[in-house]
Design a protein around this ligand. Sequence first.
Ligand code: ATP
Ligand code: MG
Ligand code: ZN
Length: 507
Amino acid sequence: MFCRIFSAHVAGIDGVLIEVEVDTANVGLPSFSMVGLAETSVRESRDRVRSALKNMGFSIFNKPITINFAPADFRKEGTGFDLPVAIGLLKSSGHIDADTDKTLFIGELSLDGRLRPVSGVLSVTYAAREKGFENIILPAENVAEASLVSGINIGGAASLQDVLGWLMNEDGVVFKEETAVSPPAYREQMHDFRDVKGQFTARRAAEVAAAGMHNILMIGPPGSGKTMIARRLPGILPQLDMEEAIETLKIHSVAGLVKNMADISFERPFVSPHHTSSSVSIVGGTSKAKPGQVSIAHNGILFMDEFLEFNRSVLETLRQPMEDKEVTVARADRTVKYPASFMLVAACNPCPCGYYGDSKRECVCTPSQVQKYRARLSGPLLDRIDIHMEVNAVDLKELAGLEDGESSETMRERVINAHRAQKVRFSGEKILLNSQMGEKQIKKYCRLDGKSMKLLENACDKFGYSARAYSKILKVARTLADMENVQEILPKHVLEALHYRLLDRET
Ligand SMILES: Nc1ncnc2c1ncn2[C@@H]1O[C@H](COP(=O)(O)OP(=O)(O)OP(=O)(O)O)[C@@H](O)[C@H]1O
Ligand SMILES: [Mg+2]
Ligand SMILES: [Zn+2]
């Protein structure tokens, strides 16, 4: 008899539905073949399932049996197919007669029929829900991780025996009560903007960047507080929502950064690769097709300190993920896609010695050195940065006399409001934030009245802004209006946005 049991495995970070087809013929010599799995997985799974079923007293293997894992066009790995294979064998040989079409099964069997936990359960449960399954049955030890996903019945079983009990309407599987996991209250921030004294312009630019998730470049002398400000950006962004947190957790898990999958974090990732990092470590790769820093920073911040010290080729490789919000990582036998939607925060000195334009210390660079250094900043990558800001050092003596700055909590409230306005605006679009607008959306959502238009045109004439810079000014102006919860972009918004195009002005 033929039957089909549903299971799944993980490719990249996503769960992929697999149909386990089992056919037991009534006549013929005993055989047991499996097709569609990677070689070693086949051998091991076959042995485990055979032992487990024999030890439970079932005689099944006296007939020709074929098992196929569909779709057949790629090799599947992992140990999670033991459970669906065992159930398929019992069903196709007539030992059980249960409806299994609404349930997805996953789990590794030990030789005596106990279930062992498998990896990737979060992705699999997520996929099961997306595909409309009512139940997922998995090893008891995997329940906590799977429970992060709501909208599907999650049943944990200690053994194959327990699963069979459940299939025959008896006890055995323990279903997790649906508890709505809600993001916790905001945690006290380790890095609070309160510590950043003075620096009103830089603080404002940072807040604007956060409000629209605009990429930002900070230029300033050593010790002016660039790193300090960058470190505080995650704390003024809204926390991740459940879906975002799950997506981020999946990536971190594949990257080997998660000890316990049930420990979900709602904090925005803050990833700060060293300037000696290779392209592979930034965008992903290696023999295991691991996600890179750009994916680890997904939904959060990629901070590139000493931006100009990064290898040119590394900076070049950033262009594609910044454009597509995902990266394709190639491995010998397959390619994997990882999400990579991050806010780029870059920091650099204004010149090789660091003190060009500083009021206290003199720059010792020659004009041509400064020019050459600045030239490295130009180009396609700079085109993808919406906000340039200058950070001037605050005098140490002065610092002592300054009061604490505004807290991250207060700033975050405004940023959250702006994010909310964008979410409403883009509800029918494929984007969420102003920084993600394409040309069409800019035309639609960034209309200027006569006065603002005139202002922008004059500025463009005077400073020679490119069309790209023009779009960025509009996007940032949109965010500034959203921060005040007003529909129209006003002249003052355009004016402020113009201030954030420092580098375009100088060329
Ligand atoms: N506005 C400020 N308020 C309070 N402390 C400040 C401020 N600016 C700088 N500091 C102090 O100076 C230190 C150095 O700042 P930070 O490391 O952020 O500078 P930086 O701009 O990143 O310098 P570099 O170019 O060397 O990386 C901070 O850790 C902080 O103690
Ligand atoms: Mg620094
Ligand atoms: Zn200098």
